[in-house]
Design a protein around this ligand. Structure first.
Ligand code: ZN
Length: 239
């Protein structure tokens, strides 16, 4: 009888362990996969206009492209340590940064590299300048984000849009700014299409002032019938 109880107890403990293991695994997966956007507090790495998105070129493009002018400053999206800084035939002048929240970011085709391997950097620190080195058809920053580590097959790559916010082709971004701020700041760039995500507390008047538009123009462009706006609503703030 005692033997039976002992066996029962062992079976119960094993079942508990297995279920805990299952639950634990499920949770880590959920925190990354279930949210479209991951809250990382990143800033855009440079000024320019998004010219290509993640997953294009038959799925081989594992980053986003931001087209801009030669030698525009390129900054770190978050605090970290420079993992690699070298010249590669494909990436050209490239910098890898390892972040404490287990992401690795890659900044490619740089004209100049301004940091060295092992260097500790803060968010917004200038790490290089935009260029067209390596396999690049024009001046742009190719930016990648990876979970845990960069690998040759890029299996850990994650769409940077999930960390930076809206990065559709044609969106103007401002280096050093978080997504919504950068879109407002970019309205003065001629010919650029920009969007603004309404935040709690915003009014049409405050958005109009920030984007150098009149309330009438803002309503016209967005085909708004009233002055009522909702948080998370996306407004076009093109001139
Ligand atoms: Zn690219």
């Amino acid at each position: 009888m005692r033997d039976y109880i002992r066996r029962l107890l062992i079976a119960a403990i094993m079942a508990l362990c297995v279920s805990l293991l299952f639950l634990g695994g499920k949770q880590t997966e959920a925190s990354v996969e279930d949210s479209k956007e991951i809250k990382a507090g990143w800033i855009w790495p440079t000024d320019g206009v998004v010219s290509d998105t993640y997953g294009t070129r038959h799925g081989t493009h594992k980053g986003i492209d931001i087209a801009g002018s030669l030698n525009s400053p390129v900054v770190a999206v978050e605090d970290g340590i420079v993992g690699k800084s070298y010249y590669s035939k494909t990436y050209g002048n490239v910098i890898f940064i390892k972040h404490p929240n287990n992401f690795v970011t890659v900044y490619a085709h740089l004209n100049n590299r301004l940091v060295n391997e092992g260097q500790v950097i803060k968010q917004g620190d200038r790490i290089g300048t935009m260029g067209r080195t390596g396999e690049s058809t024009g001046v742009h920053l190719h930016f990648e984000s990876h979970q845990i580590e960069w690998t040759y097959d890029k299996k850990n790559a994650i769409d940077p849009e999930r960390l930076l916010g809206n990065a559709e082709v044609g969106v103007a971004v401002k280096g050093g700014m978080a997504n919504t701020e950068s879109l407002v700041a970019s309205t003065n760039v001629p010919g650029d299409k920009a969007q603004y995500i309404v935040q709690a507390g915003d009014t049409l008047t405050s958005i109009a002032m920030k984007s150098n538009l009149t309330v009438e123009k803002l309503k016209e462009v967005n085909q708004l019938k009233s002055d009522l706006i909702m948080p998370e609503q996306v407004l076009v703030i093109q001139k």
